[in-house]
Design a protein around this ligand. Sequence first.
Ligand code: GDP
Ligand code: ZN
Length: 334
Amino acid sequence: MLKGQVVKLDRGYPLVRTEDGRLVRCEHATALVKGEQMRAVIGDWVEAVVPDEHDKGIIEAILPRTREFVRKDPTERALPQVLAANFDRVLVAQPLSDMNFKRLERELVLAFETGAEVGVVLTKADLAESDEALCAVREQVRDLAGPAAQTVVVSAEDPASVEAVRELVPPGTTAVFIGKSGVGKSSLVNLLVGNEVQETAAVREGDGKGRHTTVSREMISIPGGGCVVDMPGVRGLGLWDADAGIGAAFPDVEEFAEQCRFRDCRHENEPGCAVRAAVESGDLSEKRLASYRALRHETVEVKERREEARRMRGEKASTTRGQGVGKPRKGKKR
Ligand code: GDP
Ligand code: ZN
């Protein structure tokens, strides 16, 4: 029996780095993937055996996760999908001169939901129109991400700028990069490592296979730091169980909500709604409230679908899979 960590996934075959540093290509034991459909993801610690006559190791157990990054499976109505496990920080990347704040709110909710540290990396700083424009965006991002998240600004044109990112990934820790394709994640990873370990868009396009070829997820160790996991090809970011994440990403709204007369206030037309009052007095922006409500609504919907699917399967209790491990949760038996 060997113990190791999944450092790469190619077509569902985990590459496991053993405790003594060997790399072993593995597959899952049938018993593991049958009922629960539990599959190892990048970052998972696993136990495997390598039978004599076999060219691959067989993963027999996935050890409990301290943390997982979960989205709603884009191909299924009511299933969670775990994209990475056992990391310490989530770094959300967006290009400074082409920010999508709505997407950023969603990315922050997913990042905070993991219970990990959260940082925002503003990329392509060289494309900013001016220093003023750069500062304005940084301020806006700070307002959105809150004091709990660090914000760093980088440019591939200025290799020294990535040192601030390296500091967010100290030795012995792992950071997961999320962000739309094209924001510059691979370029950043390459700068951190000091050479081309990740194919950037320019390379991917040049090889004739097009942008949407499956790029493998990989855990890469960076000199003078810990490990980073680039998650290429993650397009949809549907919320799964995100109540805690929404709370952490919208502390301003939640603080007002505590003053609402009704505990279950939906902040619509209820009397004594402190959230609507905050919007009217200008303390909270209407747009921000709209985002908050849309994200809340999305989690309620996915919860309803999940319940419905469970009823159809004739199940009662939920499994803990994909429900945000490693952090205390109120009112939930596990
Ligand atoms: P990924 O899909 O997030 O991994 O993004 P890539 O690293 O592949 O970068 C997408 C494109 O943006 C490539 O053409 C890069 O050369 C370009 N790019 C990445 N970082 C920077 C930067 O700091 N400044 C500028 N001007 N272009 C960048
Ligand atoms: Zn209210």
